[in-house]
Design a protein around this ligand. Structure first.
Ligand code: PAJ
Length: 280
């Protein structure tokens, strides 16, 4: 697997594939790869002839008090994982390549970015949107692959691709979880063994909440009880919300697709997770 670090080399490699008529799939990541990321590489390999992964820890999507400096970086291990996973090319640009001196443009993803994660992480989704649009324009892939783990991010990217007529098909992959249900995340590496054990209470509570909602139990009461449960499990709760699966507006209508979304903090680590609600 080759690695390129500049837009110029990236485009030269892509041109060769295009000249051979190969379709291209892009899997954008921030590295510290795990089986969640690799499931997206697999998905791309199934759909397109060529698979390109990007690794870029995007400073624009981190708040001033967030973990940019200590975000896990493991480029050599990541390269091995990608090569073993059948990825054809890695794009790993430096920050100066993505944001050269004088860079001034920001994509505003609109109202979807104002709620839930957006309310707790101001500016986060503008940073995500800007870098994803840049990656899509740099590579012009047939398909780009994103995980449901970051459900709100996924909806925002779909919206941007549609609004800006970007000729890429957005493909989603299901959340890959550890044996105890915790969604895999590069940030799980920050958890102490004790916190890691505690973290399993998040997917457990989400599942229990989803079951009760699907049974038709009263939504507000179920949410309230499970918010308390999360606090009792030792988390600082940012939110546990039931939302319309397409607009993220609050909903009480389980006849339409709905999504349960949660964010909690354990020590300094923020965990997010979500589940589809399927009414029985
Ligand atoms: P990162 O957190 O590295 O995630 C890269 C991709 O992997 C995202 O689409 C994310 O949803 C997916 N992913 C992460 N954990 C997953 C899991 N447990 N199961 C399935 N998919 C999972 O998300 C980002 O990077 C960045 O915001 C990015 C889109 C690269 C822009 O900088």
């Amino acid at each position: 697997m080759n690695t390129v670090t500049t837009v110029r080399d990236l485009r030269a490699a892509l041109l060769k594939w295009r000249e051979s008529g190969d379709t291209v799939g892009l899997v954008p990541t921030m590295g510290a790869l795990h089986k969640g990321h690799l499931s997206l590489i697999d998905a791309s390999r199934r759909v397109t002839k060529r698979t390109l992964a990007s690794i870029f820890v995007n400073p624009m999507q981190f708040g001033p008090h967030e973990d940019l400096a200590k975000y896990p970086r493991a480029l050599e291990v990541d390269c091995d994982l990608l090569a073993a996973g059948g990825c054809d090319l890695l794009y790993a640009p430096a920050a100066s390549e993505v944001y050269p001196e004088g860079f001034a443009t920001k994509i505003d993803p609109g109202p979807l970015a104002a709620v839930l994660e957006g309310a707790f992480r101001p500016g986060h989704f503008a940073g995500v949107a800007t870098v994803v649009v840049k990656l899509l324009l740099q590579t012009m892939p047939d398909c780009a692959f994103f995980g449901e783990k970051d459900y709100q991010q996924l909806l925002i990217i779909r919206r941007i691709v549609r609004d800006l007529n970007i000729p890429t098909h957005v493909v989603t992959g299901p959340i890959v979880r550890d044996t105890d249900g915790l969604a895999l995340s590069s940030r799980n590496a920050y958890l102490t063994p004790e916190q890691r054990k505690q973290a399993a209470a998040l997917p457990k509570t989400l599942t229990e909440t989803a079951v009760r909602l699907a049974e038709g139990q009263p939504i507000d009461a179920v949410l309230k009880e499970n918010r308390v449960k999360l606090s009792e499990a030792g988390f600082k709760l940012d939110y546990l919300e039931l939302r319309d699966a397409g607009t993220l507006a609050p909903t009480h209508d389980l006849a339409l697709p709905a999504r349960l979304l949660a964010a909690v903090r354990v020590g300094p680590v923020r965990l997010i997770d979500n589940l589809a609600i399927n009414k029985a």
